[in-house]
Design a protein around this ligand. Structure first.
Ligand code: FES
Length: 106
């Protein structure tokens, strides 16, 4: 199970194991990490699972599909590596990934 490192807006860090195939959003919820709200439960319609992938893992995370990219346009303060965490499924290539969470979800 890859280790994913989540960093909340206040600097609080969590290193947790997330099974392959599970979304970054679900990995955060399962480990009671506050910086992911996930109001829609992962249906890609709420944008409350916004996260910023550390550039070192952006290739591993892949790029947003059209519907996700459209939703991200509605989010303030996005960065080049912004994703909706519900749309990023964990793979073995994500071992050690750093994911930062925005202040708006703190
Ligand atoms: S949980 Fe709603 S868009 Fe990701």
């Amino acid at each position: 199970m890859p280790v994913i490192n989540y960093i909340e807006a206040d600097g609080t860090e969590y290193s947790v194991n997330v099974a392959e195939g599970v979304s970054l959003m679900q990995g955060a919820l399962d480990n009671m990490i506050d910086g992911i709200i996930a109001e829609c439960g992962g249906c890609c319609v709420c944008c409350t699972c916004h996260c910023m992938i550390d550039p070192a893992w952006s290739d591993a995370a892949g790029s947003a599909a059209a519907d996700e990219a459209e939703m991200l346009e509605m989010v303030d303060n996005t960065e080049e590596t912004s994703r909706l965490a519900c749309q990023v499924k964990v793979t073995s290539a994500m071992e050690g990934m750093v994911v930062r969470l925005p202040e708006s979800q703190y």
